[in-house]
Design a protein around this ligand. Structure first.
Ligand SMILES: Nc1ncnc2c1ncn2[C@@H]1O[C@H](COP(=O)(O)OP(=O)(O)OP(=O)(O)O)[C@@H](O)[C@H]1O
Ligand SMILES: O=C(O)C1=C[C@@H](O)[C@@H](O)[C@H](O)C1
Ligand SMILES: [Mg+2]
Length: 171
């Protein structure tokens, strides 16, 4: 039992938008490990960051990802920073992982300055976003079977790019 696709990438890559659309195309469900954490903790992720701290959030995230990977059969989206966990990267080796990439300018435009994204709520969200992309790019690429640069594509075009990728044939 395995998710059909595991979708990951930076904030604004389109994990939710494309993930939901991809699931609709396949006639399966969509699940997001961020939502699993919010549900199990009974508070928003921004509250977990401010009250408990990022390390607590990352531990909750690692457990939520392992659980979802072991039991879910639809399209699964991970939080943007889930890839920072070595254990998660090891688990992802066995899955059809789609990396939704986005350049800095478009990523910043898509995420805006929303305080719902605690890591981007600081004084210089642009610089934070750039640093985050640079640090995570090799980690996303380490696990991805399919990479789509989404900047100039509509969500529908991203979905058809995924579904026509040779790596998607057994998914
Ligand atoms: N390919 C695309 N073209 C244009 N706009 C897009 C595309 N993908 C996503 N968007 C828009 O960008 C915004 C962020 O997308 P979305 O919430 O799906 O990203 P995400 O990767 O799930 O982000 P987060 O990590 O914060 O959950 C939304 O307003 C969405 O409509
Ligand atoms: O990029 C990140 O590190 C994060 C992305 C979101 O999906 C959430 O998991 C949380 O806000 C942290
Ligand atoms: Mg999302």
């Amino acid at each position: 039992m395995s998710p059909r696709f595991v979708v990951l990438g930076p904030p604004g890559g389109g994990k939710t938008t494309v993930g939901v659309l991809l699931a609709e195309h396949l006639g399966v469900g969509f699940r997001d490990t961020d939502d699993d954490i919010v549900e199990s903790q009974g508070k928003p992720i921004s509250d977990i960051f401010t009250t408990d701290g990022e390390p607590v959030f990352r531990a909750l995230e690692e457990a939520a990802v392992a659980k979802a990977l072991s039991e879910y059969e639809g399209v699964l989206s991970l939080g943007g920073g889930a890839i920072l966990s070595e254990r998660t990267r090891e688990l992802l080796a066995d899955h059809t992982v789609v990396f939704l990439n986005v350049g800095m300018a478009e990523g910043v435009r898509r995420t805006g300055l929303s305080s719902a994204r605690p890591l981007l709520a600081g004084v210089n969200p642009r610089a934070t976003y750039k640093a985050l992309l640079e640090a995570r790019l090799p980690l996303y690429r380490e696990v991805a079977k399919i990479e789509v640069l989404t900047d100039a594509l509509t969500p529908e075009q991203v979905v058809s790019t995924i579904l026509t990728a040779p790596e998607a044939t057994n998914s």
